[in-house]
Write a protein that binds this ligand. Structure first.
Ligand SMILES: [Zn+2]
Ligand SMILES: [Zn+2]
Length: 375
């Protein structure tokens, strides 16, 4: 059986870049992976794609292939040692791009970064606006001091796992319509570490880790908003086998305020004024996050009129300026009137007569009147 050209298999040109080859492989391997594609020839196609990629993604093998074409396996030369047999789990396709060693699982004893941690912090409205320095206590796993993280009782040592011979993986053979498939999975005897601990450390119970509460000081930047998060580098769980620690992510929940509302860097509020203040005008005091501010309300101010106090909002958390405070006027109609007040209002109405209270509203009042008459 003659083999198809590797470039043809991946559907790329002879001059394709490494990136293009990788992309083509990724796409095709997803399409033909036997876990996904149930067509009869999917397994063969997948094998062919994988083989083509193993060669074209390796500079040395690619150069050899470009010069000599397919190497005859009977000649014993070339790259006969490559293992195209097992399919592995679906994720193996993707680990190929990181490992570089052709789909084999990483070494269980290689350094690995510790897990990231998440912490939710509740803030008062003003704390989010102005930021603050605080200390938090987070429970996190740290290396056991009794056994220095080995999990073995002092004076004893972990031994190589007899089930997986220290590889941390077991091969499981499976008969399928496509033939025998070898799946690799994490060794359940040693949980992939490749080691067994005959005498467990009593402090940590053999895990090599203990949970400790650690205090971390956090500088919350001014202008942080609800739902935003802050990354504290290196404050996650410790790394494994000497790898770097993970990161700590603090997610903020900002409580609401009884008077102010916030939208991004802008603050919104509603100011009540009396009918008299609205009609005659007045200077009112408006609370802001930065102290009270005097605001001139002109005579004839309508309900719903908006004013803006520039720069009285929230400082942008990334340093892009400062928001504004927006005020919406609410004219409050009095409900409890004394007899004298009622009398004065009736006099006011008589003086106003049929006239609209504002010349701009004249046409609106006229419309209402016409609607009542049914014109
Ligand atoms: Zn221990
Ligand atoms: Zn094992």
């Amino acid at each position: 059986m003659s083999k198809r050209d590797y470039y043809e298999v991946l559907g790329v040109g002879k001059t394709a870049s490494k990136d293009e080859i990788k992309k083509a492989y990724r796409k095709l391997s997803k399409k033909y992976h036997p876990d996904i594609n149930k067509e009869a020839d999917a397994a063969d196609k997948f094998k062919e794609i994988k083989e083509a990629y193993e060669v074209l993604s390796d500079d040395q093998k690619k150069a050899h292939y470009d010069q000599y074409g397919h190497t005859d396996p009977n000649m014993g030369g070339g790259f006969g040692g490559a293992d195209f047999g097992g399919f592995g789990g679906f994720e193996d396709i993707f680990s190929t791009f990181f490992g570089g060693s052709g789909g084999r699982r990483r070494d269980p004893n290689a350094p690995r970064q510790g897990a990231d941690l998440q912490y939710t912090m509740s803030l008062k409205f003003e704390e989010a606006v102005f930021g603050k320095e605080t200390e938090i206590e987070i429970p996190r796993e740290e290396e056991c001091e009794t056994c220095f993280g080995t999990g073995a009782k002092p004076g004893t040592k972990p031994v190589t796992c007899t089930h997986c011979h220290g590889t941390g993986q077991l091969n499981v053979e499976q008969n399928t319509p496509f033939g025998k498939i070898v799946n690799r999975r994490v060794c359940n005897h040693c949980n992939g570490t490749g080691k067994l601990i005959p005498d467990k450390c009593t402090t940590c119970g053999g895990t090599g880790k203990v949970t400790k509460r650690k205090k971390i000081s956090v500088n919350i930047p001014a202008g942080i908003d609800d739902g935003q998060q802050l990354r504290v580098s290196g404050q996650g769980e410790p790394g494994v086998n000497g790898g770097p620690a993970g990161d700590l992510y603090i997610v903020f929940h900002v409580r609401s305020h009884e008077f102010f509302e916030r939208d991004g860097d802008d603050i919104y509020c509603e100011m009540p004024i009396t009918v008299v203040q609205a009609a005659l005008g007045d200077e009112i005091q408006v609370p802001t996050l930065h102290g009270k501010v005097n605001l001139k309300v002109p005579a004839g101010t309508q309900n719903g009129t908006r004013f803006r106090l520039k720069g009285k909002g929230v400082a942008n958390v990334r340093g892009y300026g400062q928001g504004d405070q927006h005020i919406r006027i609410r004219v409050v109609t009095p409900t409890k009137l004394t007899d004298r007040q009622k009398q004065l209002l009736r006099e006011f109405a008589e003086l106003s007569g049929e006239n609209a209270p504002d010349e701009n509203e004249e046409s609106f009042f006229a419309k209402v009147k016409r609607a009542i008459k049914g014109d």
